[in-house]
Design a protein around this ligand. Sequence first.
Ligand code: NAD
Ligand code: DAU
Length: 333
Amino acid sequence: MKLLVCGGAGFIGSNFVRLRIAESDDQIIVLDKLTYAGRRENLADLDGNPQFLGLQHGAIEDADAVATAVEGVDAIVNFAAETHVDRSIAEPDAFVVTNGQGTYTLLEAARREQLRYVQVSTDEVYGSIDEGSFTEQSPLKPSSPYSATKTGADLLVESYFHTFDLSAAIARGSNNYGPYQYPEKLIPLMILNAMHGDPLPVYGDGLQVRNWLYVEDFGRGIGHVLDHGVAGEAYNVGGPDECTNMEVVRRIIELTGASDDLIEHVTDRPGHDRRYSLASDKLKALGWSPQTGFAEGLESTVNWYRDNPTWWESIRSGDYREYYARQYGRELG
Ligand code: NAD
Ligand code: DAU
């Protein structure tokens, strides 16, 4: 197959492109706007690989850019999105444009060219759950502007299946972690702050629970939905382990040798979802299962950040400093 991977220069997209090239004969072209979260460096090791057809710089809401990118492709996998909940609370505009208008623009192209389409979605569309796990039948009840725009995108995808018979499926992942994750997210933020002796800002009591999924396991799950998923269906792709944010932070402290004194409880996120948990039996029935446990995945993630300072030094010395000061009310050390 020839795949168009939108948002392939971001965290999960770049890991997916690398994995898919290693594990299939597919050829891949990437369309990416290269926002603060999208980086050419994330794909640099694939330059010269005959299966990697290159990166087209452009936005998914730009119909002309999309028309060029889809020429000759068999399928679209859409990772492109504004993804950070805190940014969606501070400035929702870009979330509506990219996650809403952008998804619509891709769906129109897929419909016109009769392409297979996979939408990369999130457990956040279901909202928060105190006990048990969400199935694909659970009602959609998003809490943040981020998750509301992702839910709108999922509904649009389903409508293109029902109305236009588009061969579209949805992969809903739980919280990912691994190499190349931008350090605004919990795990890389805590790893880099711990390595630098900066405070570790825990929102509220830190007893919120997340269902952690190693990024390669999500990549294989999305590949499974692409190859075997039934059109019109959504598939949960949940991680094997759940833990509280405090447990995550304490494990990072152990792995980096930082001091417990760095932990600082700060003002909670407005509308903060307490717990996410996915039941993934539907995708498991198609042969997928997560391979990496949280202890193993977290250790290799800490090692990756330790071994790749050139990747994060340019981020921590750039615009990220301003974002950090705005979000946390203090300068990064
Ligand atoms: P990310 O923020 O690291 O990357 C997003 C990518 O999309 C970047 O390369 C960025 O440049 C690109 N992009 C943003 N706006 C664009 C636009 N208008 N046009 C083209 N490209 C654009 O995000 P991520 O964590 O890799 O998430 C990828 C996808 O997976 C998203 O759809 C997200 O909702 C979903 N998801 C993420 C997680 C998670 O834990 N990170 C879990 C489940 C689902
Ligand atoms: O669940 C899937 C979702 O996971 C994806 O759809 C989103 O794109 C992705 O950003 C992520 O959302 P979360 O809000 O769960 O991830 P985040 O890393 O921002 O936060 C994880 C938890 O850690 C959450 O309970 C908030 C908390 N947190 C986060 C940050 C950045 C802190 O306590 N302190 C922090 O500084």
